[in-house]
Design a binder for this molecule. Structure first.
Ligand code: ZN
Length: 235
């Protein structure tokens, strides 16, 4: 049975997959690890073939590394349609957002979708503006949901045999909190999600909505979090 095998059985991408622990640490919405991990897939022109790979920050941010790499590809040409999907553990900083916009301006046939596990330094006005600018320039940005964790696990992770469906079940509540905050960013509202770290062990997620949030955010989105007044802690 296929489910009794790991992805290495007959899968040409197995060498490019990351290990389960790397995925679990990098994409956990409760963790505030320093490194940014990128899982990406590219489709060229009308080809149905999906090209998958991964990368992480070094001295350069991973988004800029990606742009340098793809623009040096021989088959990468302005006249070829190219659909790129990123799964990023942290959303792009404002400098990377700027670099991405420049890249897209120069390559109008590229479509970029970005899923992020966490919002990077989301209180910083420059980072917020960077994400807004990206969205205005046509990039789709969404917070990763269980569906995307499942997808990444199956397609980018070297999961053990028989563990195809064992993607990490992170608390969906945190995904909703990040989604709400992304909504605030898009609407140009001040932050309503406060994240603090205590003694390197405890991460506290608190919602601090102001009147403008209640006025501007559609009620069903606020209610969806179910957390308007309760502070949440995770060990
Ligand atoms: Zn960056």
């Amino acid at each position: 049975m296929a489910s009794d095998r790991g992805p290495s059985a007959g899968d040409a991408t197995s060498r490019r997959r990351i290990e389960p622990w790397e995925f679990e640490v990098s994409f956990d919405p409760r963790e505030l690890c320093k490194e940014t991990r990128l899982l990406y897939e590219i489709k060229w022109g009308k080809s149905q073939h999906v090209w998958r790979h991964s990368d992480k920050n070094t001295t350069k941010h991973v988004e800029c590394k990606f742009i340098e790499k793809i623009t040096s590809e021989r088959r990468f040409h302005r006249s070829v349609n190219c659909c790129i999907i990123w799964f990023l553990s942290w959303s792009p900083c404002w400098e990377c957002s700027k670099a991405i916009r420049e890249f897209l301006n120069q390559h109008p046939r590229v479509t970029l979708f970005i899923y992020v596990a966490r919002l990077f330094q989301h209180m910083d006005p420059q980072n917020r503006q960077g994400l807004r600018d990206l969205i205005h320039s046509g990039v789709t940005i969404q917070i990763m949901r269980p569906t995307e964790y499942d997808y990444c696990w199956r397609n980018f992770v070297n999961y053990p045999p028989g563990k195809e469906a064992h993607w990490p079940r992170y608390p969906p509540m945190l995904m909703k909190l990040y989604a709400l905050e992304l909504h605030c960013i898009i609407l140009g509202l001040p932050p309503c999600l406060n994240i603090s770290r205590y003694q390197n062990q405890l991460t506290l997620f608190r919602l601090i909505p102001q009147n403008c949030h209640y006025r501007m955010i559609p009620p069903h989105i606020l209610l969806h979090t179910g957390l308007i007044q309760l502070p949440l802690t995770w060990r």
